[in-house]
Design a binder for this molecule. Sequence first.
Ligand code: TYM
Length: 343
Amino acid sequence: MAGCRASVDLYDRPVARVFSGIQPTGDLHLGNYLGALRQFTRDQHDHDAVFCIVDLHALTVPQDPHELGRRTLDTARVHLAAGLDPSVCTLFVQSHVHEHAELSWLMECTASVGELRRMTQFKEKADKAPEQEFVAAALFTYPALMAADILLYGADRVPVGADQRQHLELARDLAVRFNHRFGDTFVVPAAAVPTVGARIMDLQRPTEKMSKSSVSPQGTVGLLEDPASITRKIRRAVTDTEVEVRYDPEAKPGVSNLLTILGAAVGEDPAQLARRYQQYGELKVDCAEAVVALLEPIQARYAELAAEPSRTAAILAEGAAKARAVAAPVLEQARAAVGLLPR
Ligand code: TYM
């Protein structure tokens, strides 16, 4: 890989480095789990894995200061409940490692306005904002911070859902450009997007992705939601007026989404699964059962962790120390490469 150097292994294992992040902007949902978090729990066993609750990213849209800290801690708890094991991976809060904000500036100086303007997530969010609404400059420069997050850890693999692909391509471009201009400094990262579940759609509006900021609570399945409510939402999921169960995301987005969710939950191909069903009702029943079974152990572990709040905080403190040990020398190398005076 161009401009690639070996990762420093936190645990003395000859493995590739994995890095990813999730924003603490709302309750994590099934899309976050199937697209990203579940990959994290798998990757931690055969990679040197670093995961981050990206609270600085959350500030790109208005946050209630009384809520942000609580949400950050809670998001970390959901990561642990989903199966992250702090004895084999690193979990920390972005703002606890100041190197992120600092490298972000160097990345803003490496990215062009044209590149940032092409980011579809920015265009979507900025376009959705009503005429007079405040749109933070940070919403525009956000992909530079995301690149900094990844590059600080020398990550070669970044598990994400499909909506982050474009940001990952930018992170790659910035790493290559920086290395080209200033000498070999950063590992060039690659996105790892799951084959099934990379884009889970809203149950009520199946042409839009399931989202934390959704205005459609009936279309979103929270990871901590109670089984009866999950079952109700899946049974009421929007399908279409046909009767045939077929995997065809273009023509049949609702049914295809249910097949994708079921397929991701049970580890089968959605198109193959479709052949087993004659009716939408049966598919919905099986899909709801599979999701409830998938989330049950996560919910049980979450309840245990919530009963012991200091445990998660201690894990995050330890994680920040481990993360800083990797990030600090990489930042120093980047500072030196661009010619900043040593401090
Ligand atoms: P965020 O917080 O929006 O989402 C977290 C992860 O969940 C995935 N995801 C989905 N996957 C499938 N279906 C969906 N409906 C769905 N919705 C969300 C996202 O792709 C993501 O992997 N910019 C990032 C956070 C970030 C980051 C990073 C990620 C900041 N720095 C560095 C990787 C590496 C974001 O807003 O994700």
